[in-house]
Design a binder for this molecule. Structure first.
Ligand code: ADP
Ligand code: ASP
Ligand code: MG
Length: 595
C-alpha cells in the first residue's frame, strides 16, 4: 500500500474551515488507497504571535523556553486537525515531534534532525489511522523540546517522507507551485512544472521562502521527489526533482533577500588565519554568512566584507566586536539598508556572459551594485534596499523568466521518468546512521592553471560592472568567479575575476582599457592560481564548513585570495604551488563527512 506525506503550511490551516478542508484532502487520499501522514504547521500567524508575546515579557528570552513556547503552535494545530478528521468520520491520531521520535541536536531554534523513529507512526498507520504529525519540532537527548528554525515544517515533512520511504511528499501551501520568483513580489512570475534540487536549494537559501532550504538538502540527499501545490485547488503544481526544467536556459529563477546587511571589517592584517578568526566567531553563533569579499588593500592590510541576514546583524556585530582587538583590525562598518538580488540556473555554468547580462539589466534600471559574488550556479548583487523590487523586476525580464523555455520539461514527462529514483539500498544505509542532517560532502577538487585580474579604484556608480563584463565578454574570455567589494579608499570598490591562465594577457589588456575609460586606479593580473572547491549539500547552512576550511588552510600557512560560497560549493582561490597541499589537508580534515 502506498504511503504519502502531506504537509499543510500555516495559511492552509489558518481557520476552522481550512482545517476541515485539509482534513478532507487527507481523508480523500486515504480513501484512494494510500496510507497518509500529515505534517502540519502552526495556524496562520500563530508563530509570529508567540514570538511577539515572548518579546513582550522578556528582552532576551532563554532559547530553551522559546522553543518550548513556539512548539505549542504546532501542538494546537495537530490536535485540531485530528479532531476534524474524527468529526468527518475517519480515524486520526495527532503526535508531537517528541511522540513520533524526532530526535534533534540541542541547538535551540536551529536544531538539526539526528534520527526519526518510525515505529510508532507505522503502527498507527497499520491500524488505519491518518497520522497527524507536528511540524518544526523535535526533542534533544535530554527530552528538551527543540525547533528547526522558521519554515521548518517543510523539513519535517521531507525527512518523514525519506525515513518512511513515502511514494510522494506533497507540500500543500498558499501558492500553486514554485514560481520563477516570488509571485507576491512580481505578478509576471511564471509557475514552473519542474525545478531541480540544486536550483531550489540555492533559491530557497537566497530568499525564495516557498520552501525551507534544509528540506531541499534532505530531498536531494535521499532522492525524495517533492510536489509543491495549492491547498485550495486540485491542480498539479511543481515537481522538485533532480532534473532542471530546461537544458538551454542559463537562468531558471531569481530571488530577493530583502533584509540583508553588509559588514566590513577594516584593516585586517593580510596574513593566513585572519579570515578564519572572523568567520569562526560568526559561525559559532550559527549565522550563515554570504557574499564574502576580501580585498587586499594598502600596507598589507585587507578589508573583509560579507553579508548576513538583517535580523542577525546585531548578533554578528557583537561577535566581531569581541575579537576586533585580537585580530588587529582597525574597525567595523555596516550597512543595514541593502538587499541581495540573485539569479540561479544550472545552465549558467557552461554559458558565457551571463553575469554581464544581469549587470546590464541592473544598470539600465538605474540600480547601483555595491557588491557582487558569483558561484557555479548563481550570481548575487547587493543593491540599495529602496531599489530592490526594481532590481528584481529588471533581472527577471532580462532573462525572459516570464516566458516558458521552448525545451521545458513538463510535469507529465517527469512523472513518466523513473530514472530519478534513488538507489534504495544506498538510501536505507544512509538513513540508518544517527545524523540525518549531518554534513555530506561529495568531493574536494582543485582546478589549476587559473589567473586572476583585479581592478582597484572602481567607481561605485551605476553601469560600471555592466560595461566591464560586456567588454570582457566581447573579447571572448570566459569568466569564472567574480567578486566586487569595498576597497577602503574613497568609497570606491575593487573587482576581481578569475579566468583561464591562457587568457591572462588578453584579460589584463581589456582590463587596462576599462581602467582608462572609467578612470580607475590600477589593474593587477596574477597567474599561477588554483581554485580549490569543497562540494556537498547545504554548505551554507552547515556553517562549520567555512570554519574548518579556513582553519586548515591557516594552519598550513596557505593564503586565501578569493572566496565564493554557495549551497553546493565553497570555493577558494589560492597559490597554485600550494594546491596539492591544500587538497590533502582538507581531505583529511573532512574525512568523516566525505564518507
Ligand atoms: P506555508 O505557510 O504554506 O509554509 P510559506 O508562506 O512559507 O507557506 O510559503 C509560500 C509563500 O512563498 C508564497 O505565498 C509566496 O509568496 C512565497 N514565495 C517566495 N518565493 C516563491 C517562489 N519562487 N515560488 C512560489 N512562492 C514563493
Ligand atoms: N510554524 C513555524 C513557522 O512559522 C514552522 C512552519 O510553519 O514551517 O516558522
Ligand atoms: Mg513555509
Amino acid at each position: 500500500m502506498s504511503l504519502i506525506v502531506q504537509k499543510f503550511g500555516g495559511t492552509s490551516v489558518a481557520d476552522p474551515e481550512k482545517i476541515r478542508a485539509a482534513a478532507r484532502r487527507a481523508i480523500r487520499a486515504q480513501k484512494q488507497g494510500h496510507r497518509v501522514v500529515m505534517v502540519v504547521s502552526a495556524m496562520g500567524k500563530q508563530t509570529d504571535e508567540l514570538l511577539r508575546l515572548a518579546s513582550a515579557v522578556s528582552e532576551k528570552p532563554p532559547a530553551r523556553e522559546m522553543d518550548m513556547l513556539l512548539s505549542t503552535g504546532e501542538q494546537t494545530s495537530v490536535a485540531l486537525v485530528a479532531m476534524a478528521i474524527d468529526d468527518l468520520g475517519s480515524k486520526a491520531v495527532s503526535l508531537t515531534g517528541g511522540q513520533f521520535g524526532m530526535k534533534t541536536d540541542n541547538s535551540f531554534s536551529k536544531a538539526r534532525i539526528r534520527s526519526i523513529d518510525t515505529g510508532r507512526i507505522e503502527k498507527l498507520l497499520e491500524e488505519g489511522n491518518i497520522v497527524v504529525a507536528a511540524g518544526f519540532q523535535g526533542i534533544d537527548d535530554d527530552l528538551n523540546i527543540t525547533t528547526l528554525g522558521r519554515g521548518g515544517s517543510d523539513t519535517t515533512a521531507v525527512a518523514l517522507a525519506a525515513v518512511l520511504g513515502a511514494d510522494a511528499c506533497e507540500i500543500n501551501t498558499d501558492v500553486d507551485g514554485v514560481y520563477t520568483t516570488d509571485p507576491r513580489l512580481l505578478p509576471e512570475a511564471r509557475r514552473v512544472d519542474v525545478i531541480s534540487y540544486d536550483e531550489m536549494l540555492e533559491l530557497a537559501s537566497l530568499g525564495a521562502g516557498v520552501m525551507h532550504s534544509r528540506s531541499i538538502e534532505f530531498a536531494k540527499k535521499f532522492g525524495v521527489p517533492i510536489h509543491v501545490r495549492s491547498s485550495f485547488s486540485d491542480r498539479d503544481g511543481t515537481m522538485i526533482v533532480a532534473q532542471a526544467e530546461s537544458e538551454s536556459s542559463p537562468v531558471s529563477g531569481a530571488a530577493l533577500t530583502k533584509d540583508e546587511a553588509r559588514i566590513t571589517v577594516l584593516g585586517v592584517p593580510d596574513v593566513p588565519g585572519m579570515s578564519q578568526m572572523i568567520f569562526s566567531a560568526i559561525a559559532e553563533r550559527k549565522v550563515a554568512v554570504d557574499m564574502v569579499v576580501q580585498n587586499v588593500g594598502a600596507e598589507g592590510k585587507a578589508d573583509v566584507s560579507f553579508t548576513v541576514p538583517g535580523d542577525e546583524l546585531k548578533l554578528t556585530l557583537s561577535a566581531l566586536e569581541a575579537i576586533l582587538k585580537r585580530i588587529g583590525a582597525t574597525g567595523l562598518t555596516h550597512d543595514a539598508d541593502v538587499s541581495k538580488v540573485s539569479v540561479v540556473g544550472l545552465g549558467m555554468a557552461s554559458q558565457k556572459s551571463v553575469a554581464a547580462r544581469m549587470f546590464r539589466a541592473l544598470a539600465d534600471a538605474g540600480v547601483n551594485i555595491h557588491m557582487i559574488t558569483t558561484s557555479e550556479i548563481k550570481i548575487s548583487a547587493l543593491v540599495p534596499r529602496d531599489q530592490a523590487a526594481n532590481a528584481l523586476r529588471a533581472v527577471h525580464k532580462a532573462f525572459g523568466l516570464h516566458e516558458r523555455p521552448s525545451d521545458a520539461k513538463t510535469w507529465a514527462s517527469i512523472q513518466a521518468d523513473k530514472s530519478r529514483e534513488a538507489d534504495v539500498e544506498d538510501v536505507v544505509t544512509r538513513l540508518q546512521n544517527d545524523a540525518l542532517e549531518a554534513l555530506t560532502l561529495t568531493g574536494i577538487s582543485i582546478v589549476g592553471k587559473q589567473a586572476r585580474v583585479t581592478l582597484d579604484g572602481v567607481p561605485d556608480h551605476v553601469g560600471v560592472a555592466a560595461d566591464m563584463f560586456e567588454e570582457i565578454g566581447r573579447a571572448g574570455i570566459f569568466v569564472d568567479m567574480i567578486v566586487q567589494g569595498y576597497d577602503g579608499v574613497d568609497g570606491s570598490t575593487s573587482v576581481s575575476f578569475t579566468i583561464d591562465e591562457d587568457d591572462l594577457d588578453a584579460g589584463v589588456k581589456v582590463a587596462q582599457s576599462i581602467c582608462k575609460t572609467h578612470s580607475m586606479r590600477d589593474v593587477r593580473g596574477a597567474a599561477g592560481i588554483t581554485k580549490l572547491s569543497v562540494s556537498g549539500i547545504g554548505l551554507r547552512s552547515h556553517t562549520q564548513v567555512g570554519t574548518v576550511l579556513f582553519e586548515q588552510l591557516a594552519n598550513a600557512k596557505i593564503n586565501v585570495e578569493m572566496i565564493a560560497t554557495s549551497e553546493l560549493q565553497v570555493n577558494v582561490v589560492i597559490d597554485s604551488k600550494r594546491g596539492d597541499d591544500a587538497k590533502k589537508c582538507l581531505q583529511s580534515a573532512f574525512a568523516e563527512a566525505l564518507g
